[in-house]
Every structure is written in structure tokens, then in C-alpha cells.
Design a protein around this ligand. Structure first.
Ligand SMILES: [Zn+2]
Ligand SMILES: [Zn+2]
Length: 351
């Protein structure tokens, strides 16, 4: 029996799945785990079945509200590493709990390893200054593949994304297994910042977990949408075409600007600027991202639908409706090879 790799959904929520005093047609308010923010674990098991008592290693991707109660109730072990897409609180609020667990349960002899871009780490240190002393930070550089310390069988590459001018250093995370299968977590993003040769590297990913904050475009939310058009017509939405008029490629890369020169950063963004002429050439919807990168299974997470309601008069729908609606629109949009899925919290995928 060989070892196997699994991805577990520890949470699928956007920043506030259910507002206190509010309600949601998507998230189950009576289930505490369904209130968890988007968070995932890549788990290696000693056998080829997913068993909580046979976990060999675990990489935790993001840790927002309620991710830690989920982890305590599902295996209750400290991950070998944490990797962050960006610093926003709905992706990092649980980090203190993980780091303190590692620190105290090792009698203050071990620090939690946290991988992120330098600018995400700066954001985390500003938000939670005490964490600097109990975290062993490892920097991710754009497009540079690394192995994670002490974790066999998997490599990690971070690629910058645009998620608003204040989301400094936000990145998508691409994990490659020894069987050359790819698992991609976009984190929150309006659009990726990918030179063309990097697109080739993520093409055909086995599993993608993608920011699906809304069904229809509202670029000023700094999140992407499932489709690029508005409910009223099937051409590009006016919100998106207005954005294409106003935004520039330099504006998109500005949140990644470092205060000191780094040759890897410089080369990466120079190549990106050489490859494109306008923001409109970048995929701003999940469908355009799917057409460009041809993933096998695309999991929609981080749904909220608030901007759909406010700017498109489109209702907030439930899990089953989102999956059905997406599959139907994908057919109309001529996407044939990608399977769309709305995962539940606790779902486990074998890679
Ligand atoms: Zn978020
Ligand atoms: Zn965010």
C-alpha cells in the first residue's frame, strides 16, 4: 500500500459567512463548521486511505475564523507547515492559535513554520506583532518552486495575484506532487499576475480552489466573479469594461512593490509587463481562468454574493443552486473539460 495525498476543505467561507444578526441562504448557520473561513489541508497519509490516525504530514493553507475548531475536531494535530495566500483576517485569524499550540506543546522549543511572500508576512506582523517571536517565517518568491522543510513528495510555487491595492503580496499557491499532479489555491483575487510561460506550468491542474465571491463582476470588490457578463446580457459587464478602461498593468503590480531590489521579483514582473498590453487581456472571471488554464476540477469557494445583490439585483443562492447554475453557464460558455464543484466543509479529495 503506497502513501497518498489528500486535500481537505477545513472551511469554505468568505470573510463573514453569516453576519451576526443576519442570515445566509448559502451557509448553514446551525453548523459551526460551515461558518469557517476558506482553509485547506494537504495531507499525506501513510496508507492509501484517508485516515485521521495515519496522517504523516499536513500543510495548512490559510487559517481564518473557525478553522482551528474544525482542525481540533478533525484529527487534532499541529500542521507541519502553514502557507498563507494573503494577510486578510479571514485568512490569518487562526494563525495565533496554531503558532501558540506549537510553541507551548513543545515547551517553547519549537516555532511554527509559516510560508508566505515577504509582503504578506509584513502585513501579518503588523496585524499581530507578537507572532514574530513564535513563527519561523520562510519567504516565497514569485514563480520560484521550493520544497517545504521536512515534507516529502510535494513542491510549492507562489504566483502573485491582484486582490486590491491594500492586499500586499497576495499570491496563489500551486502545489506539485511527485506524480506531477497540481493542486492550486487562488486565495482571494480579482485576477492573476502570470507571465505567459507560468500559465503553461499550471495548465491542467487536477484540483483548483478558486475565489468565487460573486457570480457576476464587480471589480471594485477586488474579487473575481464566476462569469464575466451581467445577468441582463451575455456580453461583458459594464462594471468590468469600466475597470478595463481605468486600471493599468502597473496599477495591478503596485501592491507587490518591495522597498528593496530583488532580482527574482524584478525579472518576474518585467516579464509580465512584456507579455501583456492591457488589463483586459487578463482573466477576470472564473470562466476565463478555466478557459486559459484548463483545470480538471474547479472548486468554488469563498462565496458571498453580496455584490450580486447590490449591483446586479441577482439573488444570493444556495450550494446546490450555485453548482447547477455554474455548470449550466459553463456549457453556454463552451467550457467542456472542466468539472465545476461547490465543496462542503469537511470534504476530502484524493490527488
Ligand atoms: Zn477572504
Ligand atoms: Zn482577502
Amino acid at each position: 500500500m503506497g502513501a497518498s495525498t489528500f486535500v481537505r476543505v477545513n472551511g469554505r467561507g468568505n470573510a463573514w459567512p453569516v453576519f451576526l444578526g443576519g442570515s445566509s441562504s448559502f451557509y448553514d448557520a446551525s453548523s459551526s463548521i460551515d461558518l469557517s473561513n476558506a482553509s485547506f489541508s494537504i495531507i499525506h497519509c501513510r496508507s492509501n486511505k484517508f485516515k485521521l490516525d495515519e496522517i504523516e504530514s499536513e500543510i495548512l493553507i490559510d487559517a481564518g475564523h473557525h478553522a482551528i475548531p474544525f482542525l481540533i475536531q478533525h484529527g487534532n494535530r499541529i500542521p507541519e507547515a502553514v502557507v498563507l495566500t494573503h494577510g486578510h483576517l479571514d485568512h490569518t485569524l487562526g494563525l495565533d492559535w496554531v503558532a501558540q499550540s506549537k510553541y507551548y506543546l513543545s515547551n517553547k522549543t519549537q516555532l511554527l513554520k509559516v510560508y508566505a511572500s515577504l509582503l504578506v508576512w509584513k502585513f501579518v506582523k503588523q496585524s499581530y506583532p507578537h507572532l514574530e517571536k513564535i513563527i519561523d517565517f520562510r519567504e516565497l518568491l514569485p514563480g520560484k518552486q521550493i520544497t517545504l522543510d521536512g515534507i516529502a513528495g510535494i513542491q510549492l510555487t507562489a504566483y502573485p495575484v491582484y486582490h486590491g491595492e491594500h492586499a500586499k503580496g497576495a499570491s496563489m499557491l500551486c502545489f506539485t506532487t511527485n506524480q506531477d499532479k497540481q493542486i492550486l489555491f487562488t486565495g482571494d483575487m480579482l485576477c492573476p499576475i502570470l507571465p505567459k510561460k507560468e500559465i503553461e506550468k499550471i495548465k491542467g491542474a487536477e484540483l483548483v480552489f478558486i475565489d468565487s465571491n460573486n457570480r457576476y463582476p464587480y471589480p471594485l470588490s477586488n474579487h473575481g466573479s464566476v462569469v464575466p457578463f451581467s445577468p441582463a446580457n451575455k456580453t461583458i459587464s459594464s462594471q468590468l469594461s469600466d475597470w478595463f478602461e481605468k486600471a493599468s498593468l502597473n496599477y495591478l503590480i503596485a501592491p507587490h512593490a518591495r522597498s528593496s531590489y530583488n532580482s527574482i521579483y524584478h525579472a518576474y514582473f518585467e516579464e509580465f509587463l512584456d507579455d501583456y498590453n492591457a488589463v483586459s487581456e487578463l482573466p477576470h472571471s472564473i470562466f476565463d481562468f478555466a478557459k486559459l488554464t484548463l483545470p480538471q476540477k474547479l472548486n468554488l469557494i469563498h462565496y458571498g454574493g453580496m455584490e450580486d445583490l447590490k449591483y446586479h439585483s441577482a439573488s444570493v443562492i444556495n450550494s446546490e443552486q450555485l453548482q447547477e447554475w455554474t455548470a449550466k453557464c459553463a456549457q453556454d460558455y463552451d467550457i467542456k473539460t472542466t468539472q465545476f464543484n461547490v465543496p462542503g466543509t469537511g470534504d476530502v479529495f484524493e490527488v
